[in-house]
Design a protein around this ligand. Structure first.
Ligand code: FAD
Length: 501
């Protein structure tokens, strides 16, 4: 029997992550082909990730140090938010646990009680990742100084173009056939409306049974061909432009991403081995492109290495991610600004969903509906988390005032109300961000709970103080023996060019 033909349209991060995973997990009953056009190129940004990327690489059997060296990567323990509450303020959203739960009592209730008794320090003091990040330290594996301490979760900053090239090698070695060329036409089945084949320049025809649309913002198959529709979220997340520029490697080789708010959006800073990635995200209604470029360049900590690169986007998602026999992955499926480094993760989770719900020689509407339901849920919950960063601000600029005044989704309003009134944070279903993630951004943005769980009233104030103090001391002792981030990279996974430089 002929193999089932899967055609991946597009060879950016989304295309090659998809092709690599399909090649790794599907047997000889499937044939995977990928079409990309060097002439069109990729979006070329996307450098910060979240810890789940490690699972993706591990599932492919990729050696972590080889991957880090090949992609000029560094380690990421947290994101620092500067100026989001008010200018001059800063807080961390660090990966991993904060403090230690006591039985069923989540740590933040003990901390809230400690705050009320004036015996607690800032929330971040109880996060191992935060302390290590601020001290520019890095280590892998179990804690060295105390069993009670958690292992530090981490992600990477990397060059997304190099990652795609790395995965291309992997996928081609596993049998993926790559076609270089521009897709100039899409043929459809007259009866079902399904996509039957891609027509490439030079009159080459790539026929398929299932098509994965990884063509980026243009959504060549899902939108331009199938008209799946787009839900625009600009009313909640009004930034619609970005300008990216690389700059020289900085002396501050921080194991964390920095997101600094400015008058009409924010700016990112991402340290890699060979350079620093920078970009400004802004609302075109509040800032001109020229002003944005000037602001970006004025706020670099090292000299720029290329001309600034402008990008336009509309925040939102496809109304259908899977329509007919086309599934959109990556930027073709929708876009949310990289404030919490979620896009590459959403490629990963889309690939996992595809593998779980994979159609064989026929697809049911039920499979499509289930895929779309799960993708919708993921998008909506991440959207709420991003909006949270904007709404609770005390800044004065019109952009921030209108962010404060905007209506918010009911799902987010419910989360905030639950936290404010009872100190409760509930992670729903498979939503990406954990209670601890929500906690750090709620507190960081200055939204405090007015109550805590009654069980946290059990210990005396002195006992609470002692407990909190012990956690800080254990964390500090662990961090003190960690190598610096720079030494860690140099010892385990230095990229050859970075060493030479
Ligand atoms: P693209 O990179 O645009 O790739 C599209 C592919 O389709 C290309 O190979 C192109 O050649 C091909 N193609 C298109 N049309 C045709 C055609 N007609 N014929 C043949 N081939 C075609 N994500 C993160 O996780 N972390 C971040 O820090 C982050 N920062 C970002 C910052 C900005 C400003 C932006 C815009 C995005 C950021 N992202 C980030 C998102 C991340 O860049 C993307 O999710 C990721 O690069 C995937 O892009 P893609 O592969 O979907 O699309």
């Amino acid at each position: 029997m002929e193999p089932i033909r899967i055609v991946v349209a597009g060879g950016g991060t989304a295309g090659w992550m998809t092709a690599a995973a399909l090649a790794r997990f599907l047997g000889t009953d499937f044939r995977v082909q990928l079409v990309e056009s060097q002439e069109i190129g990729t979006v070329g940004v996307g450098e910060a990730t979240i810890p789940q990327i490690r699972l993706f690489n591990q599932s492919l059997g990729i050696d972590e140090d080889a991957f880090v060296a090949a992609t000029q990567a560094t380690f990421k323990l947290a994101i620092e938010f500067v100026g989001w509450g008010a200018p001059g303020e800063r807080y961390m959203h660090a990966f991993g646990d904060i403090g230690r739960d006591s039985g069923l009592l989540a740590f933040h209730h003990t901390w809230l009680r400690g705050v009320r008794e004036s015996v607690a320090g800032p929330l971040a003091d109880y996060s191992l990742n935060n302390l290590a990040a601020l001290a520019d330290r890095m280590q892998r594996g179990p804690a060295r100084t105390a069993k009670a301490l958690p292992e530090m979760p981490y992600a990477f900053h990397f060059d997304a173009g190099l990652y795609a090239a790395f995965l291309r090698q992997f996928a081609e070695a596993k049998g993926v056939v790559r076609h270089e060329g521009r897709i100039v036409d899409v043929r459809r089945d007259g009866e079902s409306g399904d996509v039957a084949a891609l027509v490439l320049d030079g009159e080459r025809v790539i026929a398929g049974d299932l098509f994965i649309d990884c063509t980026g913002f243009r959504g060549l198959l899902i939108e331009q061909t199938l008209r799946a529709g787009y839900e625009d979220w600009t009313k909640w997340l009004p930034c619609d432009r970005a300008i990216a520029v690389p700059s020289a490697r900085a002396a501050a080789f921080t194991p964390y991403t920095r997101a600094t708010a400015h008058g009409a959006g924010w700016q990112w800073r991402i340290p890699l081995q060979h350079r620093t990635g920078n970009g400004i995200v802004y609302s075109s209604e509040h800032l001109s492109d020229d002003e944005a470029a000037a602001r970006l360049l004025a706020n670099l900590d090292t000299k720029p290495l290329a001309d600034p690169r402008p990008l336009r986007f509309t925040t939102g998602k496809r109304r259908e991610f899977w329509k007919n026999n086309v599934i959109a992955v990556g930027l073709a499926s929708g876009f949310m600004e990289p404030l919490e480094s979620t896009s590459i993760h959403m490629i990963q989770s889309a690939v996992q969903r595809i593998l779980k719900l994979l159609p064989g020689r026929g697809v049911t509407q039920g499979q499509r509906d289930e895929y779309n339901r799960q993708a919708d849920y993921e998008y909506d919950r991440i959207r709420d988390f991003l909006i949270l960063h904007y709404i609770a601000n005390r800044r004065d600029e019109p952009f921030w005032r209108s962010a404060r005044a905007a209506d918010i989704p009911d799902t987010l309003a419910h989360k905030i109300e639950l936290w404010r009134g009872a100190g409760q944070i509930v992670r729903e279903g498979d939503e990406l961000f954990t209670e601890v993630g929500w906690l750090q951004v709620l507190v960081g943005q200055g939204i405090m709970a007015s109550a805590h769980h009654p069980v946290a009233d059990g210990p005396t104030a002195a006992q609470i103080a002692e407990y909190l103090d012990l956690i800080v001391k254990l964390n500090q002792r662990e961090v003190a023996q960690m190598p610096t981030h720079e030494d860690f990279v140099a010892r385990h996974c230095a990229a050859p060019q970075a060493v030479a430089a």
